[in-house]
Design a protein. Structure first.
Length: 309
């Protein structure tokens, strides 16, 4: 009886020790740092893209010295893009996963290298991955050589198109010409004279101011004759009829000839205005005495014009 009981106790104790040991080993193996890499396709055509996923895990209390990193280029492969790393914390354990889109432009069987994570005591690496990059499949089995250059015959003259353009241009030109010819011209704005004096009184007053200004004595000959000419034109504009402010000398003389001026008056006015023109265009140098004579002629002429009632 007792030996059987001792045997039973020993078996129970051994079972408990084995169970505890298995739990300790399982806990330690669950916290072991790891690095893995995988691809979604191991065979792809030249220039196509595949996803390379690198995953590494480590305990929070044991931060790695360096983590796996996929270079922008490595033998026979290029990285096209990278997705944001996905981090998961499960208790005291951290798992980080990153997806890299890669491609290759070299046909053949190539190997994606190992990825390394440096821990406090050792280096952990992933397995290599074999990749087959195959040529782009042809859509047809028929081979077509490069063709010779073919001469293309020049297009015939499209007279209909050019005739349409010509007609359009002529119609537009005719429309512009008709508009310019028949448009209403704005009525000339009559000059405004800010004075309450009669045309004669205003002209006599302006002549008096011109004589007193002494412009000839100061050498301002052009200014003197320009003002003398303007005094005469303003008077004719107000006293005879509108338009004299835009008239040339010849037009002014023709407009006054016969009525309201006689031949002698027109001749005297012509002398004064032509002297003024010659001085203004630097073709003649008038004397002080002559300038006074011209002013007197203008005064005599405007007094001959019948006054409006």
């Amino acid at each position: 009886m007792y030996p059987a009981a001792n045997f039973s106790y020993k078996n129970i104790l051994l079972f408990l020790l084995l169970s505890l040991g298995c739990q300790i080993l399982y806990a330690q193996s669950g916290y072991r740092s790891t690095v893995t890499s995988s691809v979604n396709r191991s065979v792809f055509a030249l220039g196509e893209q595949i996803d390379l996923t690198v995953t590494y895990s480590y305990p929070v209390a044991e931060l790695p010295k360096s983590v796996p990193y996929v270079n922008d280029t490595f033998p026979h492969f290029e990285v096209i893009s990278r997705k944001k790393a996905d981090t998961v914390i499960n208790g005291d354990f951290v798992t980080i996963r990153q997806i890299n889109t890669i491609t290759s432009f070299d046909t053949g069987h190539w190997t994606i290298p190992r990825f390394v994570m440096e821990t406090g005591k050792t280096s952990i690496t992933s397995d290599t991955i074999g990749i087959d990059v195959v040529p782009v499949p042809m859509t047809s089995n028929t081979y077509h050589d490069i063709k010779e250059i073919i001469e293309v015959a020049p297009e015939p003259f499209d007279w209909k198109k050019w005739l349409g353009i010509l007609v359009t241009v002529l119609v537009v030109a005719a429309g512009i010409w008709y508009y310019l010819k028949h448009r209403k011209k704005p009525k000339p704005e009559l000059p405004r004279f800010d004075t309450k004096l009669s045309p004669l009184d205003q002209a006599l007053q302006d002549l008096g101011k011109l004589r007193q200004a002494g412009l000839m004595e100061k050498g301002e000959i052009k200014t003197y004759y320009s003002r003398l000419y303007d005094i005469a034109r303003v008077f004719f504009e107000r006293q005879v009829r509108p338009g004299f402010m835009q008239y040339t000398t010849d037009e002014t003389l023709i407009a006054l000839k016969g009525k309201p001026l006689d031949a002698e008056g027109v001749s005297s006015l012509a002398e004064a205005l032509r002297v003024a023109d010659a001085v203004k265009f630097a073709k003649y140098g008038s004397s002080v005495q002559e300038s006074k004579t011209m002013a007197d002629k203008i005064e005599t002429i405007i007094k001959k014009i019948p006054q409006k009632v």
